[in-house]
Design a protein around this ligand. Structure first.
Ligand code: NAI
Length: 698
């Protein structure tokens, strides 16, 4: 078979122009490396005086091919290709547009000169995949931009703009006209001025003081806690300061390989692919429905969630009509949106101009009639089914046909909400997480009657508002909150059996959770669960009696952070400290249940809480509430602070082995009937399969 041509080459005047044409992202797959190297080698012998390397399509090379990390490297590897560039006898100019990432940026660093279009961005996102730039990037970048900037770029994994790149010497020229013409003019200029073959590895390193790295390591210790690759990146940059380039490269290679085979990188790469898969709605694939056009958004309720959701849509460029019951509550909602932007400005993430532009798109009202022309309306009123049904009946009466009606409910039944309208096909759940303008997860809840094109529309909108959408079917609590219940039940049981809030939180935080469950309860407000339980049936209430401790705290006015007391006491800075009164309450609850308190170790706490998540996840998967196990992983990592480097609860279970998990679960169920191992766990354990290779039966 003749390989597809992904590299085009032609001479324009004295300059050889190499165009990479490998859509959509021009990644450095084997076919690109091979043809590119052949082209560069051949160009050494033609009449060209210099070479320009650019990409067609929407971006410069956006990285290496991640799929290749799991297999043996095939020649020419990145390193072989880069050696070809470095040994070129002719100047090679990299001309960037779009996003030059990872291996793409490493390639540009091997070229003799770099130019970029003003809107282009550059970065090394490897750390997000548990890796490091492994083809010389850790040695070249600090030589160009300095140690501090190089560390910041590689440890945060963020992109920088062309202007920042110019300021820090990462590129040599910002070119305003189209590529490749602009790059040709720049290259001609280099030739006219007889510029040398300039290679980054020959630039002298400016090493910082000896204490720099110790201080830097301390500074970032908290944010990189539990992660493997950041410390390896720092080691590499330290080498760049102390060793020769060749030795630095050798060590970088060794560390890169350690990262590639680390379980962490496996988990992070799993999450990367999980995000791609989540957008695929398997049961709606053929024929793919055409999304509806959304140009204006209405939000009902300007409380915690409504104001966050408004911020989200405003930031993405949508005009938003925010509706509240009364003017003064509306004004409070607007202030919250303003504060959201001001916090962003204080952190340097948002500009004053952006805030102004977004606030200008905000329309406020107390009159439902103003929602009539909105394409998408999201309800975020009190968590009460009757109130929500009334809101939807009202929307049905006034909204234009084809408008999408969404609810941000955490627990209520979307089908019942949809039934309050004459257009259930236009209704679905859009479950945001708090704070809605920051948290990346969006559960998209498909009702029994939700039309496929609605679902497709919301998946598209999710991308525009920079969310990770995960489709869930209707059930109490959908994916995330449903799994959270047994997790919290185990927390309460551990408390009753002998643990204290600080021990549970510390154990779970040590395990990697962003926040322990007692602290999460205090942050969200213990009254939320209390109110939710109030609405349960008698039978459900009986099952939920294990939560009596939390309910007790609520009845004492200890709602969590908002009342400066919950499981903990809080000072003005929200710093938590334990409270003997809570200890006494827990002990008396234990007594009430006739439980003899015992010492529980961290290992048991971690195992019980994590197993609770896995077990409910297995129920959810078995009932087809989630499409695939990786969707559940996304929910937990991006909505509930599950450590990304463990890949999510289902991925974690697969790594441990389902057989082992099931055996452990059976053992727990023999001690406590509250444990009901999911049928799917049994099925997978007995057939030696994993969550990852389980497919829905329909
Ligand atoms: P909130 O109490 O902060 O805000 C609700 C707002 O809705 C209030 O400002 C109220 O004046 C307004 N409202 C009530 N009835 C209304 C009506 N008929 N028309 C217009 N406005 C009305 O509540 P929050 O926390 O923002 O929750 C809203 C929804 O979002 C609930 O369904 C909740 O379960 C859900 N949710 C809450 C999360 C959280 O962490 N707070 C997370 C995810 C979902």
């Amino acid at each position: 078979m003749i390989p597809v041509r992904v590299i085009n080459y032609k001479c324009i005047g004295k300059i050889g122009v190499i165009a990479i044409d490998h859509p959509p992202l021009n990644v450095l797959a084997h076919v690109v490396r091979k043809q590119l190297l052949d082209t560069i080698n051949a160009a050494q012998h033609d009449n060209s005086a210099a070479l320009v390397l650019y990409c067609t399509g929407k971006t410069f090379i956006a990285g290496a091919d991640i799929n290749e990390f799991d297999s043996e490297p095939v020649e020419p590897t990145l390193r072989t290709l880069f050696a070809g560039i470095i040994h070129s006898k002719k100047i090679i100019v990299a001309a960037m547009h779009g996003t030059a990432l990872g291996g793409g940026l490493e390639l540009a660093l091997c070229c003799h000169y770099r130019c970029a279009q003003p809107a282009s961005k550059m970065g090394f996102p490897e750390v997000k995949l548990g890796l490091l730039p492994g083809a010389g990037g850790t040695q070249r970048l600090p030589r160009l931009v300095g140690v501090q900037m190089a560390l910041d770029m590689m440890l945060k994994g963020h992109t920088i703009t062309a202007a920042q790149a110019m300021q820090h010497n990462l590129i040599d020229r910002i070119v305003k006209e189209d590529l490749p013409q602009a790059a040709l003019a720049y290259t001609q200029e280099l030739l006219d001025h007889c510029q040398p073959l300039r290679l980054v590895h020959n630039i002298e390193m400016h090493s910082p003081s000896t204490s720099f790295f110790t201080t830097y390591r301390k500074k970032i210790a908290r944010q990189t806690q539990g992660y493997f690759s950041p410390s390896k990146i720092i080691d590499c940059v330290e080498d760049a300061c102390t060793l020769s380039f060749a030795e630095g490269i050798k060590n970088e290679r060794k560390r890169f390989m350690q990262c590639v085979v680390s379980p962490q990188s496996g988990a992070l790469r799993h999450l990367f692919f999980a995000q791609r898969h989540a957008r695929k709605i398997s049961h709606l694939l053929s024929p793919p429905p055409t999304p509806r056009s959304i140009t204006s958004v209405g939000i009902i309720g300007g409380g915690t969630m409504g104001s966050g959701i408004s911020t989200c849509f405003l930031s993405a460029g949508f005009p938003v009509t925010l509706l509240e019951l009364e003017q003064d509550i509306l004004a409070r909602g607007v202030r919250t949106i303003q504060t959201n932007y001001e916090r962003g400005i204080a952190k340097g993430k948002v500009t004053e101009a952006h805030k102004k532009e977004c606030m200008q798109r905000l329309i406020t009202t107390t009159d439902y009639a103003h929602l009539a022309e909105c394409d998408l309306i999201i309800e975020a009123v009190f968590e009460n089914l009757d109130i929500k049904k009334k809101v939807f009946t009202r929307l049905d009466a006034l909204c234009k046909p084809d408008a999408i009606l969404a609810s941000n409910t955490s627990y209520q039944n979307i089908d019942q909400i949809a039934a309050a309208t004459r257009r259930p096909q236009d209704v679905l759940g859009m479950h945001f997480f708090s704070p809605a303008h920051i948290m990346q997860l969006l559960e998209v809840v498909q009702g029994k009657e939700t039309a496929p094109d609605i679902l497709a529309t919301i998946m598209t909108i999710a991308k525009k508002i920079k969310k990770i959408p995960v489709v869930a079917q209707v059930c109490f609590g959908f994916i995330g909150n449903r799994m959270f219940e047994p997790y919290l039940a185990q927390m309460h049981l551990c408390l009753l059996e002998g643990a204290l809030p600080e021990q549970i939180d510390q154990a779970m935080e040590k395990w990697g959770m962003a926040m322990g469950p007692c602290a999460v309860g205090d942050l969200a407000g213990l009254d939320i669960g209390y109110k939710m339980r109030e609405g349960l049936s008698a039978e459900q209430k009986n099952e939920a009696r294990i939560f009596s401790l939390s309910d007790h705290l609520v009845s004492m006015g200890r709602l969590g952070r908002k009342s400066q007391a919950g499981f903990y006491l809080y000072d003005a800075q929200n710093k938590r400290r334990s409270d003997p009164e809570v200890t006494r309450l827990i002990e008396s609850e234990s007594e009430k249940y006739g439980m003899k308190r015992r010492s529980i170790n961290d290992d048991e706490i971690q195992r019980r809480l994590v197993y609770a998540l896995i077990n409910e996840g297995a129920y959810i998967l078995g009932e087809n509430i989630a499409q695939r196990s990786s969707d559940i992983d996304l929910v937990y990592v991006y909505g509930y602070g599950f450590p990304p480097y463990r890949g999510g609860p289902m991925y974690y279970a697969d790594q441990i082995g389902i057989k082992k998990i099931y055996a452990g679960m059976k053992e727990l169920s023999e001690q406590d009937p509250l444990w009901r191992p999911a049928p799917l766990l049994k099925e997978l354990a007995e057939s030696n399969r994993s969550f990852a290779n389980y497919r829905r039966s329909d």
